[in-house]
Design a protein around this ligand. Sequence first.
Ligand SMILES: Cc1cc2nc3c(=O)[nH]c(=O)nc-3n(C[C@H](O)[C@H](O)[C@H](O)COP(=O)(O)OP(=O)(O)OC[C@H]3O[C@@H](n4cnc5c(N)ncnc54)[C@H](O)[C@@H]3O)c2cc1C
Length: 516
Amino acid sequence: MTNSDNIIIVGGGHNGLVCAAYLAKAGKKVTVLEAAEQVGGAAATREFAPGYKASCAHLLNLLDDEISKDLALASHGLTIAKSSLDTIALAEDGNHLTITADSVDGTGLSNEDKAAYTEYRRFMSKFAGVIGGLHNQVPPRITQERGDLVTLGKLALKIRMLGRDDMREFLRIAGINIYDILKENFENPQLKGALSLDAVLGTFSGPRSNNSVFTALHRMSGNNPGPAGAASIPAGGMGSVAQALASAAAQAGAEIRISSPVSKILMDDTKVCGVELSNGEQLPASTVISNADPKTTIMKLLGAQYVEADFARRINNIRARGNAAKLHLALDELPDFKGLNHAQMGERLVIAPTVEYVELAFNHCKYGEYSAKPVAEITIPSMHDDRLAPDGKHVLSAIIQYAPRNLGAGWGEGKAAFTEVVMEMLSAYAPDIREKTVAIELLTPEDLEREFRTTGGHWHHGELSLDQFLMLRPVPKSAQYKTPVDGLYFCSAGCHPGGGVMGSAGRNAANAVLGA
Ligand SMILES: Cc1cc2nc3c(=O)[nH]c(=O)nc-3n(C[C@H](O)[C@H](O)[C@H](O)COP(=O)(O)OP(=O)(O)OC[C@H]3O[C@@H](n4cnc5c(N)ncnc54)[C@H](O)[C@@H]3O)c2cc1C
């Protein structure tokens, strides 16, 4: 193969597309190779039943505003169908709580809890800002070099700038569990249950697990306008974010090839020299940037023989045990959720009745079982966007936890049984849901792993926790996106600042390549 100044990006997930767009705008020759028939990875909108569409990632709350503006995503077709959704904490008896960015309301809620919620949002939003301030930075190395020391100094300063009391509180709570924090602040079990869900969605943890405060803060840490963590529904599903990014990248000159699975990253002695597709075609490149998760990149696409044993060991040990399943229901009509009016059905509905319930739901996973009583984050996006379902019909999209990747009994048998558990659970809140359902798709972590090629079917490409954050993400010696292999970079959610449709890992990786 002749060498080339071409840059190849393996994977057209949203981070790969962001990376491609920034590099192409900087005048680089970029080719994106996406295995699937469309770009977007877990954020693609797909048809799951004739005429019914949904995206696995369904709520937009982290997309970096600077990226949206730099890439002019609005001019590439990105619009929001519904912004700042309320959260409705469902109760089987129909006495729901409505949780907004600055208030909570519902039967049986005390004035003390209402006031405590306002204060909780104040300090959590402020602390999330510290994490958000790091999103667009290439993480510092632990060295004596000036640039790294300046970045570390800025982080220390941000924490100090919280003020004495808030700084102490931030340092006290950042590494501990949400169960304790909720117990300190609230009485109402339903409120605690709903808030605990934000701390565990997409992770292999329960409310009593260490770091669950950190994951709650991460969820609120997006650098975008509006209240911290506010969730929106993009028109056309999350796939429209990917489509807008692909359009921006293509306009800047990037070539995007779909249905092009990469089977190997090719080495010329000690340096990357291109990739090989599964059909045997070889493409030369001086730089390869991987949007596949770090473990897949090194252990499957490159080969551990090209890196030091210690690096391979750390990559192999990245914790990435997927735990969330995704449910899509094609509905003939809207189901009748007890106690919800029509407008409320368009909000974010959560099933997490108490924090103890959530913890018990997680317990099963430790033993390779799915939850007998799972938790759920539910949206009905077709209420805001009629292109997602045939006329008058609807789509229900729900993240269902806990469903461990490595189910003891195997998902071959487990899937149908778990689907039944989930439908039974939903029926307790919407008794007619089975009658209204014309098609069901349940994607287990095993399905997600196969469909999106992510280790463990983990939606963050690696657990989001303090031991896998900033200069430790994905592992030391590659946290600055450049791997120890000359010419090979990471750009996926497995890198800083992690998962969610955010784009920052893609942009930071582009900056690392441009600064190289
Ligand atoms: C069930 C579920 C629900 C989620 N819900 C939300 C949510 O509501 N909000 C939110 O913000 N986030 C959510 N997420 C997380 C979010 O989807 C991910 O963090 C995000 O998609 C990661 O983006 P990425 O570009 O880094 O990787 P991915 O989206 O995983 O994309 C990687 C791409 O690389 C491609 N690829 C991999 N290997 C190869 C290869 N060898 N050759 C060619 N191509 C390859 C894949 O096909 C894929 O397109 C959810 C994730 C899941 C799974």
